[in-house]
Design a protein around this ligand. Structure first.
Ligand code: PAF
Length: 291
């Protein structure tokens, strides 16, 4: 580990050690906050760590590129990793513990147990990544079991993930408060994501069209547009004209149930999209409140 990592941060690699640390913290009456991540931390992750620090006495950031949420042919192997920089950034943002488990400890030989939320996991992201949410809920359930948090903080950029995690927590009566924090954006509006590093210059420029299209849709809704077909058609044109390679989906859902709608009704709608620029697949969303 680099020498400039804050001295106060504790890096834990083993399952037994994190369980012991979580038990110790709980016995000492500390409120534990967890921020699950796959590392390569950017300002979006750091905002979650800062928020967790406001909500808890001790913040555990987990860094684990979780193989079970990637399908064959996805970017598990090439997913960006930089543990030294992550330790430094997490510590500066207020994390007290960084937990980076080994893949073989999380999923030992003969591993057979998965947590699955039904129905909502087969639309949108789930339609394009059929095993993705099963991997997410399994690892999040395991991370909650290991770190024993009172509160966990997730990002709104992965809106469907946040919905699915909340559903798992509610259905399985997990005693963890879930907080979902706003997306952090680059100056041109692109949502921060570890995968943005994959974009070449032209793709990076084109990717700004995602937020431009979401803002355009928000304005249209505020001005009275209620047809999802019309809105998504116009958004598709903006994004295609900017240079997208493929648009996986643009959809509007009712935020409390995540049910896709064809006509937009007040008071709130969530617009989500997934778009490819070259080989890079990006997701984003906007919540629109209107009357
Ligand atoms: O959002 C992510 O980075 C991951 O899906 C999560 C929640 C850390 C689970 O691996």
């Amino acid at each position: 580990m680099r020498k400039d990592v804050p001295l106060s941060i504790q890096t834990i690699f083993s399952v037994r050690e994190i369980q012991a640390e979580a038990d110790r913290l709980r016995s000492a009456g500390k409120r534990i906050g967890v921020v699950p991540t796959m590392g390569y931390l950017h300002e979006g992750h750091l905002s979650l760590i800062r928020r967790a620090k406001e909500l808890a006495d001790v913040v555990i950031t987990t860094i684990f590129v979780n193989p079970t949420q990637f399908s064959v042919g996805e970017d598990f192997e090439s997913y960006p990793r930089d543990l030294d920089a992550d330790n430094l950034r997490a510590g500066e943002a207020g994390a007290d513990v960084v937990f980076c488990p080994d893949r073989r400890e999380m999923y030992p030989e003969g591993y057979l147990t998965y947590v699955e939320v039904e129905t909502v996991t087969s639309i949108l992201e789930g339609a394009f990544r059929p095993t993705h949410f099963r991997g997410v809920t399994t690892v999040v359930a395991k991370l909650f079991g290991l770190t024993k948090p009172h509160v966990a903080v997730f990002g709104q950029k992965d809106a469907q993930q946040a919905f699915v995690v909340r559903k798992m927590v509610s259905d399985l009566n997990m005693d963890v408060e879930i907080h979902v924090e706003p997306t952090v954006r680059e100056p041109d509006g692109l949502a921060m994501s570890s995968r943005n590093v994959y974009l070449n210059r032209a793709e990076r420029t084109a990717a700004a069209s995602l937020y431009a299209a979401l803002i355009f849709a928000e304005k249209q809704i505020q001005d009275g547009e209620r047809s999802v077909e019309k809105l998504s058609g116009e958004m598709k044109k903006m994004i295609s004209d900017a240079g997208a390679t493929a648009i996986d989906y643009i959809a509007c859902v009712e935020p409390d149930t995540f049910t896709p709608v064809e006509a937009i009704h007040p008071p709130r709608i969530l617009i989500l999209l997934a778009v490819r620029f070259g080989a890079t697949r990006l997701i984003d969303n906007i919540s629109v409140t209107f009357s």
